[in-house]
Design a protein around this ligand. Sequence first.
Ligand code: PAF
Length: 301
Amino acid sequence: MQWTILGAGAVGSLFATHLQRSGQKVNLLDTRQPHRQQAKPMLLEQLDGSICMCELDCIGYQDLAQIGCLLVTTKVWQVTHALQPLVGLLPESCPIVLLHNGMGTAEWLTEHFPHNPLLAGVTSCGALKTDASHIKHTGFGETWLGALNAAGEQWQTLVSPLADALGHAAWSEHIQERQWQKLVVNAVINPLTAVYNQQSGILLQHQDEIAALCLELRPLLLQQGLTNTANEWQELVLQVVDRTAKNYSSMQQDIANRRRTEIDYITGYLLQQAEQNGLELPQHRALYLKIKALESQFVTA
Ligand code: PAF
């Protein structure tokens, strides 16, 4: 199997280096380039502190024969732009796996790659990219894959090499439910930590806010068939806060580094879904507006 990673950020680099170390063929795709570039050296700092060196081939969007299973690990707002050069070129047999925070890209993908096997992945692996060629594995996590269309169902075989590489990977028949669970966690932790400009552990001091945000989401989640009580949602969020207490969330880092955030595909997606279902989410909307105000200091619309 040839694995092709689109988006060598923290999660993409973590998957690329671990897959390569477990003996899989891996390359990085840059769809801004038509052809192969110089291979990229990458230093992986493992959970036990040991360091290993990887070298990853870099290909362009016209190197179609070198594109295998395509793992999309860009920031969510980059997905459509990054995949656009492959529309009409990517062989229809090539599976595409979306593995990013937030939701709302699957519709575009289904429209533009209607025949490809489409899958979604949800991972809780912790990773930090300290510079362009240094990736640190910061926490063991679970990775779940599931199909977004009928052709995707044929690709359960992807799970085993991922499990060998990462220590855990499994197939889910309910991947959309897992995506929604991750969405809830991200919608609470990411904007709050970005507003407080602190590590995730700070939220242990703001449990009332977590409770209120979870309670407000309950009617929308029920409409999506997710029957957890507000307390159970709060528990789920607190477990992740606890497990990642010393980490900076991706949104805190985006704001601190003056980068565009994923808020439109996390809270923005929830607000859109709520509106379509005749619901209001005033506290989530207030958080959304705070992040947009912070973002507007450095991102122009
Ligand atoms: O986006 C993130 O940073 C992570 O998904 C999480 C778990 C919310 C915080 O570490």
